[in-house]
Design a protein around this ligand. Structure first.
Ligand code: HMG
Ligand code: MG
Length: 287
């Protein structure tokens, strides 16, 4: 049966801003996260503790966290690729961290400089250490539908990885269409495979909007029983080298659609509009 409440996980300050050509200053990242929390979002991904040589846009995430003092019901997850990132995240006060594994060998090498087995070995250590220290761990499965190097991905490859991340202790695993090439049919097949292995309450979906189908794919996932959806304010993201390329599913588009369909998200659309306008101004977007 279809749930009446959908939990929206805002990833714009991380997945969006990491892909913008311009580097947004820490103060503006803090202001954006505050506006998102004011709009009612309870989970806002605040940044990453990754190599600043790989992703300079996310440098200073420690100062972003230091500038925020959210209420107890708000979580601010941060990405960590390894134990070094976990240590830095914990030192900065992060209580929720996220690991990101890839369903394909090529993407694992491109994104983590490690093959899948090596990366999973590291993530097993990171998850165990995080949990031992009292932190919660979210998991991502990149290329759950399509890989930029290997093409379409077998649904079972994504499902197996999701199940493994849950076994290792992730409270939730987000199934990602990293390239945004997915169709509702492809998304449905992948989510069915995941649901055969992991309960819906521990799964989220994460669609990039390159093909313009992120909302359709998300609606299909919700029809299948998924109740947690990742999105990014203003549809932030895309490729810095491809002007106009779409980013993640836009939070305001998602919330407007969910509201029209009668779902409760707890998010105030006009307050969300203020967050969108703020970051668009910061990025100098006019269209
Ligand atoms: P590497 O070069 O193999 O790492 O990169 P290394 O261990 O050999 O270290 C190289 C240098 O990086 C050293 O510094 C380390 O200290 C430093 P040096 O001695 O050369 O000055 N280093 C770090 N610095 C800060 N924080 C750290 C850290 N670790 C090492 N945690 C590594 C391996 C994993 C570090 C690198 O590949 C990396 O940072 N990858 C992250 C890439 C990334 O952030 N991608 C985007 C996020 S994932 C995503 O967007 C997908 C998602 O949205 C889902 C979806 O849509 O698919 C989640
Ligand atoms: Mg993403």
């Amino acid at each position: 049966s279809i749930a009446h409440t959908i939990r929206v996980v805002e990833v714009g300050p991380r997945d969006g801003l990491q892909n913008e050509a311009s580097i947004v200053p820490v103060a503006a990242r803090i202001a954006l996260i505050r506006l998102l929390i004011d709009a009612g979002l309870k989970t806002v991904e605040a940044g990453s503790f990754v190599s600043p040589r790989w992703v300079p846009q996310m440098a200073g995430t420690d100062r972003v966290l230091a500038g925020l003092d959210p209420d107890g019901d708000v979580a601010l997850p941060v990405l960590v690729p390894n134990l070094k990132g976990l240590e830095a995240a914990r030192a900065a006060g992060a209580e929720t961290v996220a690991v990101f594994a890839a369903a394909t060998e090529s993407f694992s090498r491109a994104n983590l400089n490690a093959d899948r087995a090596t990366a999973m070995g590291r993530f097993a250590e990171v998850i165990a250490a995080a949990m031992a220290g009292g932190a919660r761990v979210r998991g991502y499965v990149s290329c759950a539908v399509h890989c930029p190097y290997e093409g379409w991905v077998a649904p079972d490859a994504a499902a197996d990885l999701a199940a493994r991340l849950v076994e290792l202790g992730c409270y939730e695993v987000s199934l990602c269409d990293t390239t945004g090439q997915g169709t509702p049919e492809r998304a449905e097949a992948m989510i069915s495979a995941a649901l055969a292995r992991v309960p819906a309450a521990r799964l989220a979906v994460h669609f990039h909007d390159t093909g313009g189908r992120a909302l359709d794919n998300t609606e299909r996932a919700i029809e299948q029983g998924i109740t947690t959806v990742d999105s990014a304010i203003a549809g932030l993201g895309g490729c810095p080298y491809s002007p106009g390329a779409a980013g993640n599913l836009a939070t305001e588009k998602l919330v407007a659609r969910l509201t029209a369909l009668g779902f409760d998200t707890g998010i105030d659309l006009s307050a969300l509009g203020r967050a969108r306008d703020f970051i668009r101004r910061e990025l100098g977007r006019t269209h």
